[in-house]
Design a protein around this ligand. Structure first.
Ligand code: HEC
Ligand code: HEC
Length: 370
């Protein structure tokens, strides 16, 4: 961990040297951290790989404390009725068990709230990737007409008048002054601590858990692209939900709708390219057994329905991903064609991605509920 942080420090030092001719260059911590505030120790398995933290927003204990309060602060919404935590519920791995989330006045948005974990290893946020950093993302729900419906000016005012906040901002940023920029930074710091790396699968990877035959078979299927000509069986999930994080930086059309059946164009709505029609962020599948319903519109209630989708109900469309088109376990086949038992085994593997300690960690819980 320290090595990774050190590496990014070294990189930022080089960037600083490069930029010194253009900008005055301060050591990254000087602005944001006062000497009495310790860095927050981010514990993640080594095999999650390296991550970057923006140089102007290091994760500190005081920043995370403030961010956690803000994440659960209902004053961020117009009528003080909902917080980020209303739609991102810890016991559901910070997703919403409702198909669509209710914002202020019960207004429904058009998409299912995404689970939040291991966000430091992700690059684009929202189903259509329209936010490029956690800092940028954090203020969007506040202003969203279907979510918190509040102005940043009002939020700043409400927090200034709440005796809880000026001291928390002072501790986190060295000054009492409250700005929307600091609100975003603190929330992003808290979100970076939401690391889920203690699932059954992690315990298997670190040899603390012995997987049963179904789980092993499911795991192998999950990470294998099938080749019917050699009899290699696979479910090709890992083509997109890759590696230990079950995530890759990309947007794909996974065959939910035909061209004419698409109600939500996903990435196209943001990129404005028709070649992006129906492509959505590849979500991580960590804690997936806790985050039903599934897909951007929450159309599937169970993992069984998800498996049936990939196995036998892929909808053809012009942007359907080639990795899905090519994946079949039957010579000359046009669908994935897993057996009923194989589908069950893939689900047994998906259940290994549940991390009970993550969803019960008191450090991530609502500080206003005692
Ligand atoms: C009314 C429900 C609701 C509230 C309140 C809400 N969210 Fe969300 N959140 C969603 C939905 C729905 C999405 C997916 C929206 C989309 O893709 O257009 C989402 C997506 C996200 C994502 C993107 C995750 C990813 O993997 O790309 C993050 C991060 C996030 N929310 C954080 C927050 C924070 C921080 C707050 C509070 C400031 C917040 N949310 C408040 C419903 C909500
Ligand atoms: C071509 C890439 C690709 C492949 C292959 C793929 N997925 Fe997905 N998966 C996606 C994308 C993209 C989404 C989000 C789609 C959406 O909501 O519109 C998704 C969504 C999901 C979801 C819902 C996640 C959530 O948070 O709602 C589950 C569960 C899932 N996939 C499981 C699987 C399984 C199991 C397999 C293998 C049988 C698989 N995927 C194969 C790209 C892929």
């Amino acid at each position: 961990m320290y090595q990774q942080v050190l590496r990014s420090y070294t990189i930022s030092l080089f960037l600083c040297l490069g930029a010194v001719a253009l900008f005055s260059c301060k050591p990254r911590n000087q602005e944001a951290v006062t000497p009495d505030q310790g860095a927050y120790t981010l514990n993640a398995p080594k095999y999650f790989g390296s991550y970057t933290i923006p140089s102007d927003n290091p994760v500190t204990k005081a920043g995370v404390k403030l961010g956690r309060n803000l994440f659960y602060e209902k004053k961020l919404s117009l009528d003080n009725s909902i917080s980020c935590g209303s739609c991102h519920v810890q016991k559901n791995a910070f997703s919403d068990p409702n198909r669509l989330s209710a914002g202020v006045n019960g207004l429904l948005g058009k998409r299912n709230a995404m689970a939040l974990s291991n966000l430091m290893w992700q690059k684009d946020f929202f189903w259509d990737g329209r936010a490029k950093s956690l800092e940028e993302q954090a203020l969007m729900p506040i202003k969203d007409a279907h979510e918190m419906q509040e102005t940043l000016e009002n939020v700043v005012l409400k927090l200034k008048n709440d005796p809880l906040y000026p001291p928390l901002f002072q501790q986190a940023f060295g000054v009492e002054e409250i700005t929307s920029d600091k609100i975003a930074k603190a929330i992003a710091q808290f979100e970076r601590t939401l690391i889920s790396g203690n699932s059954v699968y992690d315990r298997y990877l670190t040899k603390k858990y012995i997987a049963n035959a179904n789980e092993i078979n499911g795991m192998n299927l999950f990470f294998t692209h099938p080749d019917a000509s050699t009899g290699l069986r696979g479910a090709n999930c890992g083509d997109c939900h890759s590696g230990n994080l079950t995530y890759s930086f990309d947007f794909k059309n996974n065959g939910l709708d035909t061209d004419s059946g698409m109600l939500d164009f996903g990435l196209q709505g943001f990129s404005l390219k028709s070649s992006d029609r129906g492509k959505f962020k590849i979500p991580s599948l960590r804690n997936i057994a806790l985050t039903a319903p599934y897909m951007h519109d929450g159309r599937f209630a169970t993992l069984e329905e998800v498996l049936d989708h990939y196995n036998e109900h892929i909808a053809q469309s012009t942007t359907l991903d080639p990795l899905i088109i090519n994946a079949t376990n039957e010579f000359g086949g046009t669908a994935l064609k897993l057996t009923t038992q194989e589908k069950k085994d893939v689900i047994a593997f998906l259940k290994m991605l549940t991390d009970t300690s993550f969803v019960t960690n008191p450090e991530f819980s609502d500080p206003f509920v005692k």
